[in-house]
Each structure stands twice: as structure tokens, then as C-alpha cells.
Design a protein around this ligand. Sequence first.
Ligand code: AIR
Length: 208
Amino acid sequence: MTGTPDSVQSLIDDLHAEAERDRPAEETPEVGIVMGSDSDLDAMYGAYEALTELGFAEVTAREDPPEARYTFETYVVSAHRTPELMYAYAETAEARGLDVVIAGAGGKSADLPNMTASIAYPLPVIGVPVQEKSVSSVLGMPTGAPIVAADAGKSFNAALSAVQMLAREHDDLRERLVGYHESLQAGVGEVSRDLNETGTATFRAERE
Ligand code: AIR
């Protein structure tokens, strides 16, 4: 096995140090987002959008956390290029205060979500296959080793599912989810009336 470069080892050390600290729940991120490569960022950006839409803030400096009550963290963790980092991330996830992990990976060997789910168990992991061809490697877990997953590229939905889990314990998050759904409904209603009253051809032309 090759040596671990300093840039990876320092991440591993930070994760273990954070796991050793006994921070109150209000000070630790509820949701962890990991992706196999920064080339997955466009597909995973939906998770960022959904969480920020629901009032979550991203933790970028642990010593200077955001004021928002609910937060998330984001890392690149490769199951195949940095297996030790993947292990450290998943192994410390619960002790670091995370309630749920959203893990995305692409290609045909999209193993970060399934391995993270196995190592972080019993913490729930929501897998996001970055491409269609990644679906079976994300979902294909043996009996007794669970993962939940969104459809290919649907990281926005993965984040909504994560907040649904948190909302079982936090009424204010439940309210935010309900509010989000109502705004979706309102949008469909407005579009429907607009299409109906404008007429198909004009509506279509104005849409382009
Ligand atoms: N990947 C990264 N490490 C292990 C795997 N399976 C996945 C990434 C990405 C794809 O490989 O999740 O979707 C290609 O990565 P890259 O960095 O070559 O663009």
C-alpha cells in the first residue's frame, strides 16, 4: 500500500479530532455531503440548493460556525483513490454529530455511497448515483446492509429525504418542508393558469 499524503492525512486527523470533541448537537452539522470527485459537483449541487433553500448553512470553518441552527458539511472522498479517508469519514460520522449522510459517486464503480453506508451504519446514508450507469452499484446492497437512494442525479431529492428524516425530531424543519411543498404547488397552479389563459402556442413561444 502506498503512503498517505499529508493533505489526506490531515483530513483524517481532523475527522478523528472532531469525533473526540464532545460538541453539543447545535454546534455540529446535521447533514454530511460527500462525493467521489469534484467532477461530481454539478450533479451534487442540487443537495446544496435544497438544503440552503430550507435554511441550512454550510460549515466551512469549524472554529467559526454559521449562526443557522441547521448546518451541513461538504467533502470530496474517493472510495478508490482515498479509501482511508472514506473509512475515517464514515467511521467518525456519528461521533461528529451527523444525523444523515448524502453520498454521491459516478461511473460504473460508484462505491462511495455503499461503502459509506456499511461503515457508518447505523447512521442512514442516502446514495446519489451521479449517472444512470452508477445506479446499480449504488443500490445493489446485500441483505442486511441497507442504503436508501435517489434516482440518478437527483441530489436535490436526496437532501429533501435527509431533511424528512431530521424533521421527525424537529418540528421547525417539518414546517419548512411543508412550506416548500406548498410553494411547489403554488408554482404549478400559476403555470397551469398561465398556460390555460395564454394558449399553448403563445405560452410555448414566451417560454423559449
Ligand atoms: N469515483 C471517484 N473515486 C472513485 C470513484 N468511483 C468516481 C467519481 C466520479 C467518477 O469516478 O464519483 O463520478 C470520475 O471521477 P474523475 O475524478 O475521474 O472525474
